[in-house]
Design a protein around this ligand. Structure first.
Ligand code: PEP
Length: 262
């Protein structure tokens, strides 16, 4: 039996619709300086579209990655207001968040739309961070797993195991925890992450499933990062609000470093 290499922790900052160019510059520089070239955790900054090239310039030559918050599925065309994966690649993006619950709730990102975006990202060589998660009502009705399984099945339908294992990162983001200050407990997160890993094992096989990184997202901050990242199937974090503060974000990356060392 071959040993499965440990998964490399992955921390992404989703700045959402925040950051003028001077603010984006300052935050990126502070994060870079604070991380002092560490290379044991994958760190991704996802600023708004308008700041991608500014942040990308500053990150050039550093170990940090640039990511986008969303994309269209077509490469070009009459889609006013949209940005294509080709454009994101051109500007230096390596990652793209797909299926964030705010996109699902407010911008018509249904499961079929998310599937198309995921396929397009893979076609263009972007690494998708696929978000899944249940609302509070769904959790209270005992439907958490049913919802997450449905989102996973729809998004990954027909995609080869090898491609999923090599390129896709998953993010479990309970909707009730996003931006509310009410994070899932480590136990709640591990329960869902463990179920996702078990589902992946059935879908793509054990060794491939073991390779996939599953981030937790939802009110992650320096105070709770250790507890969440200490769980065996929590391989990183997708951080919203707390990623807008360099000190707080760096301390979350440091918690991920500790996970790697343990
Ligand atoms: C997010 O937007 O992905 C998120 C997790 O936000 P927050 O950390 O603010 O809850």
């Amino acid at each position: 039996m071959t040993a499965v290499p440990p998964r490399r922790p992955i921390i992404a900052g989703n700045w959402k619709m925040n950051g003028t160019l001077p603010e984006a510059r300052k935050l990126t520089q502070e994060i870079l300086q604070g991380l002092r070239g560490q290379t044991d955790v994958d760190v991704i900054l996802c600023p708004p579209f308008t700041a991608l090239s500014t942040v990308g310039e500053i990150l050039k030559g550093s170990p940090l990655f640039l990511g986008a918050q969303d994309m269209h599925w077509e490469s070009s065309g009459a889609f006013t207001g949209e940005i294509s994966p080709v454009m994101l690649k051109e500007i230096g993006c390596r990652f793209c968040i797909i299926g964030h619950s705010e996109r699902r709730a407010h911008f018509g990102d249904t499961d079929p739309v998310i599937h198309r975006k995921l396929l397009a990202a893979l076609e263009q060589g972007l690494n998708p961070i696929l978000c899944v998660g249940e609302t509070l009502q769904q959790r209270e009705n005992g439907k958490t797993w049913e919802i997450i399984e449905g989102q996973l099945k729809a998004a990954l339908e027909g995609i080869e195991s090898d491609r999923i294992a090599r390129l896709v990162t998953l993010a479990y983001e309970p909707v009730w925890a996003i931006g509310t200050g009410q994070n899932a407990t480590g136990t709640q997160a591990q329960e869902v992450h463990g179920s996702i890993r078990a589902w992946l094992t059935g879908r793509i096989g054990k060794s491939q499933a073991q390779a996939i990184r599953i981030q937790y997202g939802g009110s992650v901050k320096s105070e709770n990062a250790g507890e969440l990242l200490g769980r065996p199937d929590v391989d990183g974090a997708l951080v919203g609000g707390a990623s807008l503060n360099a000190k707080g974000f760096i301390s979350i990356v440091e918690s991920a470093l500790q996970k790697k060392e343990n």
